[in-house]
Ligand binder design. Structure first.
Ligand code: NDP
Length: 675
């Protein structure tokens, strides 16, 4: 295979490596696979992102950007074989590549889908409900979020060159912010191949993505308050970068994911022979060997009831015995190589440090078999298992992360002790617990939640559906406090918000309605002759209103409704019992009767653009309706969301009022309307 010159992509041009370059070597056999290096005009790249990429992205709506993410995911999906092939030279097996490559593409799909379902087809995000700030509702507040006007600099770790890039790109792009992506050098040849596909897809607007193969030069010194740095890697680099004087002076957002001494706990209720014990052993084994332990979420500390310390060591050792370490291209290989020889040196040093506090019970780093490859030329290490009898007295075991297939079994006395030990990691990305006892789970969440970004419970019921201790999911938060960096990524739409500014907007209802494109209570409405059900999606404007009624409510109506539906609840049917209830003056109309009468008043029955009633939100019955009352209904277009070329969702604000003009029911009606 020829040596790949890794290009950067700056200002929408490919830039070949030049000047001081370095060779990147295959993790498997040490041959040179790529060349990286060179300097770029970093200030011009940042300006290009801000002046070309940002405006293009912000001109699109969340839904437009979500559609692009889906098309991009499909484009990469069709080309992933080429990425698997390159991935072997990072030391990854095919199973590891599925986590990195398919996992990355899957993340694009999820963000696309969430963007279309949970974000509006608009350019600003309305965050939460209107806040009433005055007695009569003439002055209100509403939080909104808009995309930052700067650039997001993504600095990625070597272990997941594809997933790491895409899991940061997806929420940033969806937010409407351009990215400059800097992969870790060791595995940048895989990241560059994937990035090249992204550019070649032609799907992304100019300036929305750039790529640095090599150093970031003075880029961080060029950032301002509208920019974001999103970093994954070591705690020492994170601390160095986040203390950059320019980053500090300009309050540049800095999201960090770094070292994490993740724990897995065998619940006090799970003993050898139980399904939980078996699942625990399988999961710990998988986490030690997957990606050769180079996962930020891998299990470093294995906490078990003291009675089961030796049983755990025996069961894990027996599984580790079956691990074939070797050339990741070979089908028999279970565990490939570390990403580089430098990484091997680092892991071996950490193993040495850990052996001062624990006894090694499995794995000899000086002598082990490597299948189909040269043990010295490639970055191979065997799985290493330690056991520690005094985890309270240990310190390195809770602070030093060997970023490889290395883990330590520790005994605990009771659940509180287990949690105290888990918390000694001083902040982690994830802790898992294998228990069949929901009260154990609650105690774990209360006692340990503050120390972990994610808590993962598995047992006999979760079986094969459980997604795995080590798998961060785009729907859920990935990140952790303290040692884990204090950052948070993904978590669905929460992750998009890291790249947007939340602003509290205050004003009168008409101003807030105009800003958000949504009707709010108190804003002006427009009534016209033509019934709004006769208008197509594109013809309806927020504020368009219909008043209908009146409709009397009689005792016969209530009794008829009770007989017809079978709902004979005493508040509608028994005068004495109803009057004894503090909420009711006597017999009152069913809430569902009020809703039905409301529909009867506002519905325009002939076929037309309204295709379906597809639900109600935020329904409240505000005042009892007695026989003899007379109802009116107001139907106001609140918000519109395009779904596809043929139809869109209309959210109607509905108020039902009695003869005194007091509101008796409030809800939002959802209809699908033809374009
Ligand atoms: P580093 O912190 O060395 O590198 C992380 C990223 O930062 C790389 O892209 C690196 O680029 C970049 N970087 C390094 N120095 C600078 C700088 N001065 N300016 C800008 N960017 C810089 O971590 P590694 O990826 O080498 O991994 C080392 C350790 O990090 C692992 O052993 C592990 O302990 C931890 N780690 C933790 C992860 C987590 O999420 N918890 C994930 C991965 C690693 P370059 O490669 O070009 O130096």
């Amino acid at each position: 295979m020829s040596i790949i010159p890794l290009n950067s992509f700056a200002r929408d041009e490919w830039v070949a490596p030049s000047g001081d370059t370095s060779d990147l070597k295959s993790a498997v056999d040490g041959r040179v696979v790529a060349r990286i290096g060179g300097r770029l005009d970093y200030a011009a790249m940042a300006d290009h992102a801000r002046n070309v990429g940002g405006p293009a992205l912000r001109a699109a709506t969340f839904h437009d950007r979500a559609h692009i993410l889906k098309a991009l995911a499909q484009y990469l999906n069709e080309r992933r074989e080429a990425l698997y092939e390159l991935s072997y030279d990072t030391g990854a097996t095919k199973a590891d590549s599925l986590i990195d490559i398919d996992g990355g593409i899957g993340t694009l799909f999820v963000f696309s889908s969430k963007g279309r379902r949970e974000l509006p087809d608009d350019r600003l995000f309305v965050d939460g409900a209107v806040e009433q700030l005055s007695r009569s509702g003439g002055f209100i507040g509403q939080h909104v979020a808009t995309p930052l006007r700067g650039v997001a600099v993504h600095i990625n770790a070597f272990n997941f060159p594809v997933w790491g890039m895409l899991e940061k790109l997806a929420p940033t792009f969806l937010a409407g912010v351009p990215s400059i992506i800097k992969p870790a050098s060791a595995t940048a040849f895989l990241a560059e191949a994937c990035f090249r596909m992204i550019v070649e897809s032609g799907l992304l607007p100019e300036g929305s993505v750039q790529f640095i193969a090599g150093s970031t030069g003075d880029l961080l010194d060029r950032l301002g308050g509208q920019d974001v740095v999103s970093f994954t890697g070591s705690a020492s680099t994170a601390s160095m970068l986040r203390s950059n004087t320019n980053i500090l002076a300009n309050s540049v957002r800095f999201i960090a994911e770094q070292d994490s001494l993740n724990a897995s706990i065998l619940g006090p209720d799970a003993e050898p022979g139980s399904p939980e014990f078996d699942a625990f052993i399988r999961e710990v084994y998988r986490e030690i060997t997957a990606k050769a332990g180079q996962k930020c979420t891998a299990i470093r500390r294995i906490l078990v009831p003291a009675d089961w310390h030796e049983a755990t060591v025996d069961a894990l050792s027996a599984k580790l015995e079956t691990t074939v370490v070797g050339d990741p291209r070979l089908a028999e290989t279970r565990m490939g190589a570390l990403a580089s020889l430098a990484q091997r040196t680092d892991v071996l040093e950490k193993v040495e440090l850990l052996s001062s506090e624990a006894r090694r019970v499995f794995g000899d780093v000086r002598s082990f078999e490597v299948h189909g490859a040269d043990a010295q030329a490639g970055a191979f290490v065997p799985p290493v298992l330690f056991a520690c009898d005094d985890p309270d007295g240990a310190s390195r075991l809770h602070t030093v992360e060997a970023f490889g297939p290395v883990s330590t079994v520790m005994p605990y006395r009771d659940l509180d002790h287990a949690l105290a030990l888990a918390n000694r990691g001083e902040g982690s990305l994830v802790a898992s617990v294998f228990t069949h006892d929901a009260q154990v789970a609650r105690q774990v969440v209360l006692g340990s939640g503050a120390f972990h970004g994610r808590l993962y419970f598995a047992n006999r019921d979760t079986g094969k559906e459980a997604t795995g201790h080590g798998s961060p999911l785009p729907h859920l938060v990935h990140g952790g406090p303290g040692r884990a960096g204090g950052g948070e990524e993904m978590g669905g739409i929460r992750g998009v918000m890291h790249y947007m500014q939340r602003t509290a907007v205050q004003g009168g209802p008409d101003i807030i309605a105009g800003v958000t494109g949504r009707y709010v209570a108190g804003a002006s409405t427009a009534e016209e002759e033509l019934h709004p059900f006769r208008l197509r999606f594109g013809e309806l404007e927020p504020g368009r209103t219909l008043w209908a009624g009146p409709r009397p409510v009689t005792l016969e109506d209530i009794e008829h409704f009770a007989a017809f539906t079978g709902d004979n609840f005493y508040a509608h049917m028994d005068e004495e019992a109803a009057a004894a209830n503090p909420f009711f003056p006597g017999r009152v109309a069913h809430g569902y009767l009020i809703l039905s009468f409301a529909a009867g008043m506002f519905v325009d029955p002939a076929p037309g653009p309204v295709l379906a009633n597809y639900g109600l939100d935020n329904l409240r019955f505000l005042k009892p309706v007695e026989p003899g009352a007379s109802l009116k209904v107001r139907l106001t277009v609140k918000q519109k969301t395009r779904r596809n070329e043929e139809y869109g969702e209309v959210r109607w604000d509905v108020g039902v009022y009695d003869q005194e003009g007091e509101q008796v029911a409030a809800y939002e009606l959802l209809t699908m309307n033809a374009m």
